[in-house]
Ligand binder design. Structure first.
Ligand code: COI
Length: 331
């Protein structure tokens, strides 16, 4: 078997090399992203592994079909940038890594929230300028707050445990209820109710499709005054302009955004020597009550290793046995 792995960053490379040695399977490591041109390099390989934020263009899959390659394994969880129809048309199966480290993301939710609750962004900016005054950056305590967890998949459930460990009151909402969370009596009946009752809302949902936002000017009206939004899920869950306006008008106390609806092409690039074209992003970065980070909630050694190796294991399951536990239902 010969596999080709696209869009590989330097931090992923050693794990892929180690897997290749341990499993005695050749893996060609390519730093290029997967597109209709770079897929040419896959000719003669048995399977394609990839990770990228840019959309996977349908023409890639026509080529894969021509090369008799019938499995695409993603190194990440989100499949919102994959055109399922093009895969189906070309008889290509898809796997993802549904659980590379739920705790990485759950821990990041609370990390970002703590940074915000203790006014660290503005405090650190002051200390950088040798201003050691306390006020006005007084903090709020997490143990006194109600945290609403939207989405109780693996990540949401890990977040619930952590927030409970801090002594916060936790409420939850999901269309698909989890028996453990239900047993604890944490579920409210609707997302609206979750927003109404929470001091902090942390989003652990997949993308609901463009324009289908959970946080927008209408839903913000129903939120508590001084509430905080934490998003480590997908940027398009939020109408960012509406959220920004609500922080500036002091309806909301702040936001932690590790994902942003217009992040593709900006996050994980170095723009330090240029002006940002994205005015909204610039304003959010300036605002002490908005913590912006470049989609790094997942970015731990544990998660990166699991993404690199589980995607390859899933590929081998597909190639050897015609199925994998991580196969995505394309219908
Ligand atoms: C995903 O796994 O889909 C993520 O959002 C993390 C990604 C940046 C690797």
């Amino acid at each position: 078997m010969k596999l080709i792995d696209y869009g590989v960053r330097d931090d992923e490379r050693p794990y892929i090399e180690e897997w290749s040695k341990d499993n005695n399977v050749e893996v060609k490591i390519v730093s290029d992203l997967l597109n209709p041109q770079t897929i040419e390099q896959a000719k003669g390989f048995d399977g394609v592994v990839a990770y990228q934020q840019l959309p996977y263009e349908p023409a890639i899959f026509d080529k894969m079909h021509d090369f008799d390659i019938h499995v695409l394994s993603l190194r990440n969880v989100g499949v919102d940038n994959v055109p399922f129809d093009a895969l189906k048309k070309n008889d290509i199966k898809l796997t993802n890594v549904p659980s590379y480290s739920p705790t990485a993301i759950a821990e990041y939710s609370v990390t970002g929230l703590m940074i915000l609750l203790r006014s660290m962004k503005s405090m650190i900016r002051k200390v950088d300028k040798h201003n050691f005054k306390w006020a006005p950056d007084i903090g709020r305590e997490l143990n006194e707050l109600t945290v609403g967890v939207a989405g109780t998949g693996r990540i949401g459930r890990a977040a619930i445990k952590i927030y409970q460990g801090f002594g916060a009151k936790v409420l939850a909402f999901d269309k698909y209820q989890n028996p453990d969370i239900e047993k604890q009596g944490l579920y409210v009946d609707s997302l609206e109710e979750l927003l109404q009752k929470s001091d902090v809302v942390t989003l652990h949902l997949p993308s609901l499709g463009k324009g289908n936002t959970v946080i927008n000017k209408d839903t913000i009206k129903g939120m508590k005054d001084n509430a905080i939004v934490v998003n480590t899920g997908r940027g398009d869950l939020i109408n960012t302009q509406d959220l920004y306006d609500a922080v500036v008008s002091e309806k909301l106390a702040g936001a932690v955004l590790d994902v942003y609806e217009n992040e593709v092409g900006i996050f994980n690039t170095d723009r330090s020597s240029e002006q940002l074209d994205d005015q909204l992003l610039s304003k959010m970065i300036d605002n002490p009550k908005i913590i912006v980070t470049p989609h790094i909630a997942f970015y731990t050694t544990t998660a990166v290793k699991n993404m690199a190796t589980i995607s390859l294991d899933s590929m081998m399951d597909e190639l050897n046995n015609g199925k994998s536990d991580n196969e995505i239902d394309l219908n």
